[in-house]
Design a protein around this ligand. Structure first.
Ligand code: PMP
Length: 401
């Protein structure tokens, strides 16, 4: 407990001494009409390569219109939790559409992915039971494990054999195996087919948080599970977020009728919080329609990613191995936090906003520039970034060839 102000000061000084101070930059305006790629911050124009707006839908005029039309009809806020009087027609329709989209019996909306993960893990794993997590799982899955009071073990990153041997080694078995579909800071994909086999064999729930796969991967954008061609029943619990490829805000859990009913009855992060505003649900419904209708968005963001990888290789920039499938998350690992901060600043000076990600978000010694792409970027913008990174990686000693 840091009660005294001197202790608070000392804690902040420690953060600074490790180059771990986090800072916000205020985006003052968006420069182009329908995209959030070109932004103004600190009076400067920057190209944003750090958002999760993979399909370029956050400022799509139809999505924005759906939100404002709904706000005119329903108001800005929901006024109550879902189980009181906050649940509206837009929520109900969106839940049905998300259930259809993901091929599951039912879906349940949450205000954030963080809260959806808290709900799932604490409902499915009781005190003293085991939860198995990938070592690089998102912080919300880790916090969910802590909150649930379950015991948890982390297996080597994306290593299905390690997960299987951890499952086999637990005398009482595990209640839950949970993983990101696409890992948020590395951009690689979990071995879902093998994890589905092991989880079923050991009678554990498999929870996949597909925050970064949904809308982007799979032949029709249904995410990592579609990429592996897995039937929905092989992954009984799917968590999706709405603030990334779908460009709005919020999250959902999709699964069987009974699972969703139990979450509704038990999950404290569902019950004790105000419902997502209906205009957000209306915007999401529109975004989901566009994402399904306009497959070119998915193709474009993946083509831009492939283009970036080739251009970066030509500039000598070291990327993580290009595992299949490609995803729009392409980190440049620099190592130390100080180097990552310096590289971030140099890129800002060149007109690019690429945020440095440091511990504890990523393991110590693997601070990085997390580069992400959007269907709203152009080829010329991607080429310019690859060139700028070539100059910067040269200076920070991470240039190959
Ligand atoms: N899961 C993953 C894998 C994420 O990357 C994030 C967001 N960064 C979340 C969950 C949390 O989602 P939200 O932002 O909706 O809370």
């Amino acid at each position: 407990m840091k009660r005294r102000s001197s202790e608070v000061e000392a804690a902040l000084a420690r953060i600074d001494s490790e180059s771990l101070r986090r800072e916000r930059r205020t985006i003052e305006a968006f420069v182009e009409p329908d995209s959030r790629v070109t932004v103004r911050a600190n009076g400067r124009q920057l190209l944003d390569f750090s958002s999760n707006d993979y399909l370029g839908l956050a400022r799509h005029p139809d999505v924005v219109a759906a939100m404002s039309d709904c706000a005119a009809r329903c108001g800005a806020g929901s006024g109550a939790s879902h189980l009181v009087t906050g649940h509206g027609a837009e929520h109900a329709r969106l839940e049905e559409e998300l259930a259809n989209f993901t091929g599951r019996e039912r879906a349940l909306l949450f205000s954030t992915g963080y809260m959806a993960n808290l709900a799932v893990i604490s409902t499915l794993a009781g005190r003293g039971e085991w939860v198995l997590l990938d070592r690089l799982s998102h912080a919300s899955l880790i916090d969910a494990g802590l909150l649930s009071g379950a015991r948890f073990r982390r297996y080597a990153h994306a290593d299905a054999a390690a997960a299987e041997s951890a499952l086999a080694g637990l005398s009482r078995g595990a209640a839950v195996v949970a993983t990101d579909g696409v890992f948020s800071m590395d951009g690689d994909i979990a071995p879902l087919d093998a994890l589905a086999r092991s989880s079923r064999a050991h009678n554990a729930w498999l929870v996949v948080d597909d925050a970064h796969g949904l809308g982007v991967l799979g032949a029709s954008g249904r995410g990592s599970i579609e990429h592996f061609g897995l039937d929905p029943d092989r992954v009984p619990v799917l968590v999706g977020t709405l603030g990334k490829a779908l460009g709005s805000f919020g999250a959902f859990v999709a699964g069987s009728n009974d699972l969703i009913e139990l979450l509704m009855q038990k999950a404290r992060s569902y019950i004790y919080t105000t419902a997502l505003p209906q205009p957000v649900a209306a915007a999401t419904r529109q975004a989901l329609r566009i994402a399904q209708r306009e497959g070119w968005r998915r193709e474009k963001v993946l083509a831009l990613t492939a283009r970036f990888r080739s251009a970066a290789a030509r500039s000598g920039v070291e990327l993580l191995p290009g595992a299949e499938p490609l995803t729009p998350i392409q980190p440049v690992v620099l190592g130390g936090s100080k180097a990552a901060l310096a590289a971030q600043q140099e890129l800002l000076d060149m007109g690019f906003c690429v945020v440095a990600i440091r511990p504890p978000t990523v393991p110590r010694g693997s601070a990085r520039l997390r580069v992400t792409f959007s269907a709203a970027h152009s080829e010329a913008q991607v080429d310019a970034l690859a060139e700028a990174l070539g100059v910067i990686c040269d200076r920070h000693g991470r240039k190959v060839g």
